[in-house]
Design a protein around this ligand. Structure first.
Ligand SMILES: C[S@@+](CC[C@H](N)C(=O)[O-])C[C@H]1O[C@@H](n2cnc3c(N)ncnc32)[C@H](O)[C@@H]1O
Length: 313
């Protein structure tokens, strides 16, 4: 974990109170802490840093639950690598959604945060535009891969070509991409280990319908975002499922409760200040939809359309 992250860190277990974490580093390489412990000054809970990765879950020993098991399945990291980076792989079928999302990011932000970053494409895009960029995800496999990519700038992975035949891809980050100012941590998008006002560019892409408490996720994103001069890129396919969250917590796709109707309309209203939950209110500056792809094999792709909102305050 790079040292630049330290001033922003707070104890995720003590939220909504914000208490800083104290670092006891065991092994360092330049400004990177390879192993050590972060301890909450208040509750004394300890959060390990292992192989450079900070484990910042409220309960660092917890196992994946609910819909999260899906992301731990064999081959999922490789599928996300293709989805995020296929435009760099020379594949004839590409998913260029990352380029389209990147076009929606602020050109003036200084600190970027990507919640549910998976293998990190949008975090890297933020790093090119900001002084620092942080991605968080619940998946250890995704964060390990994203961090390795930031360090080595290249990796190989495989996907099915057809039947039992496999295709190997070599991913190499373009020389122009910055990786010195990027960091990836294991953290829960419902209890973010960052102090209020930490970031002036935040992104939540294709995450809202995957979390167990969607409104709590938006609340947390709003908390860590700067109260002024902040940009929020939000997108979701709104594939609501009780595997992820009980229906009464969905922010759309239901006929009962406070959030009936379409998810995009409800998220927009919440960002614009409805019920005074996400304050200061945001102004919607961009809307639209982008399609993104997951490759199954060379002749089979799943296409998902995500509706997006760009917001500023
Ligand atoms: C559908 S994927 C989207 C990944 C990426 N944002 C994208 O658009 O390609 C959802 C991601 O969110 C992560 N995730 C799910 N629940 C999470 C949570 N509570 N906190 C952090 N990450 C979470 C998953 O591990 C997965 O990487």
């Amino acid at each position: 974990m790079k040292r630049f992250l330290l001033p922003h860190l707070i104890c995720p277990a003590c939220l909504p109170r914000e208490y800083p974490l104290t670092l006891a580093a065991e092994r360092e390489a330049a400004d990177d802490i390879i192993s050590g412990t972060l301890t909450c000054k208040k509750c004394k809970k300890r959060f390990p840093i292992k192989e450079g990765i900070a484990h910042l879950l409220p309960d660092p020993d917890s196992s994946p639950a609910g819909a999260q098991w899906r992301y731990e399945e064999k081959g999922m990291t490789d599928r996300y690598l293709w989805s995020h980076y296929s435009d760099l792989l020379g594949d004839t079928e590409i998913d260029d959604s990352a380029i389209q999302w990147a076009d929606c990011l602020s050109r003036t932000a200084t600190a970027g945060f990507d919640a549910g970053c998976s293998v990190g494409r949008i975090t890297f895009e933020m790093a090119s535009l900001c002084h620092l960029a942080v991605g968080c995800d619940l998946s250890h496999g995704f964060i390990k891969t994203a961090r390795s990519l930031a360090q080595k700038r290249e990796l190989d992975f495989t996907l099915p070509l057809e039947g039992n035949l496999i295709e190997t891809f070599h991913l190499s980050l373009p020389a122009t991409w910055r990786t010195d100012n990027v960091e990836f941590v294991i953290a829960d998008a419902l209890r973010l280990p960052f102090s209020a006002n930490s970031f002036d560019q935040i992104a939540s892409l294709n995450l809202l319908d995957r979390v167990s408490y969607p409104l709590a996720h938006l609340f947390e994103m709003n908390r860590v975002a700067a109260s002024q001069n902040a940009s929020f890129l939000f997108a979701d396919p709104f594939s609501w499922s009780t595997t992820a969250a009980p229906e009464e917590r969905w922010l759309g796709g239901t006929t009962t409760g406070p959030y009936t109707g379409r998810g995009k309309d409800n998220v927009r209203a919440l960002l614009e200040g409805k019920d005074g939950i996400l304050l200061p209110a945001w102004t919607i500056t961009q809307t639209g939809s982008h399609a993104w792809k997951m490759r199954t094999h060379c002749n089979h792709y799943e296409v998902i359309t995500s509706e997006y909102l760009g917001a500023k305050r």
